[in-house]
Write a new protein. Structure first.
Length: 317
């Protein structure tokens, strides 16, 4: 689907951008609608998402991608349901509705950071600097750049809009004098992207100095293989309570549903910590909890239950 052809605007003229509050409101409406779709799918076909485990979020990513790409393009009107409710439209420089390819690219640049943020990637991935750098660029670099430009520029274009040469305008469309984006903002975006490239390498350097990352990765890999576990999260925590330091190992075991053998699985996870993570003996306690449910990116449901806490000196006895 090609972009519609309209007479080009003079260089000094642009269409009135939609307000930030209306754009945020439209996004909330769209995500609520997608959430209803997601919860319906989880209810109708739960076994599919149970089988996908940690990768269930990719289903929501695909559904959202189709939704925004189709509705924001010439296939329809250039308006998602949220944009239509709040009188907004995605257009190109000359006010024409964009094509499917442009809409898909805009979605990828705008919402990939949203969908990747905080996802439970395999421990092996997170132990590799290359993977961490890629995730840092996509989540922190691209995400922060989009938000920064959206909130500080007069055109209200995130980096995704600048790269795709798109605008979100108010409907009905009216023209205003075009204002260029100060170069200082572009320089700052470059700094954010450079910072996102640098952070993983620096963090990995400090963590690898104690071999803690490698040890934790090995432990999580073994726990992930426990029977009926979709995936796990293992963290070595330090908190402060009334000026006293508390250190503990927190293990979260994720699975779709409760089962009668869950307490035994918790004990096995604790034994793995005892055997393969010697630092556990220096901690105040080990905490094991189950998270029952799933996250498909556009909807999630969770029930958290603590099943085991082992204090220092009684590590899985």
């Amino acid at each position: 689907m090609n972009e519609q052809a309209l007479d080009p605007l003079p260089a000094h003229i642009a269409y009135m951008p939609g307000s930030r509050m209306r754009r945020i409101g439209a996004f909330i409406i769209d995500m609520l609608l997608l959430g209803v779709v997601g919860l319906s799918l989880v209810y109708l076909i739960p076994e599919i998402f149970d089988a996908l485990g940690r990768w269930s979020f990719m289903t929501g990513y695909l559904i959202a991608g189709l939704y925004f790409s189709i509705f924001d393009s010439t296939i329809l009107t250039g308006q998602t349901i949220g944009k239509k409710v709040l009188n907004l439209r995605v257009v190109n420089r000359d006010g024409a509705t964009i094509g499917l390819v442009s809409a898909a690219a805009r979605f990828l640049l705008a919402l990939t950071p949203w969908f990747l943020n905080g996802r439970p990637f395999p421990a092996d991935w997170l132990s590799q600097t290359v993977v961490l750098t890629a995730l840092s660029i996509l989540v922190f670099g691209l995400g922060a750049s989009n938000l920064y430009l959206f909130f500080v520029t007069s055109t209200k274009q995130g980096l995704h809009d600048l790269l795709c040469r798109t605008f979100v305008v108010a409907v009905p469309m009216t023209t205003v004098t075009r204002k260029s984006i100060p170069k200082l903002h572009i320089v700052f975006v470059g700094f954010l992207l450079f910072l996102s490239l640098l952070i993983p390498s620096v963090a990995s350097h400090f963590v690898s100095a104690t071999n803690q990352l490698e040890e934790m990765t090995a432990v999580q890999r073994k726990i992930d293989k426990l029977d009926r576990i979709s995936y796990s999260a293992v963290t070595d925590m330090t908190t402060y309570n009334n000026d006293s330091q508390v250190t503990y190992i927190n293990i979260v075991l994720v699975k779709p549903l409760r089962s009668t053998g869950d307490s035994k699985i918790a004990v096995e996870a604790c034994k793995i910590i005892k055997k393969f993570y010697p630092r556990a003996y220096d901690r105040d306690f080990i905490n094991v909890q189950f998270s029952y449910g799933n996250d498909i990116g556009i909807a999630s449901y969770w029930e958290n239950v603590q099943v085991l806490r082992v204090n220092r000196g009684h590590l899985c006895g």
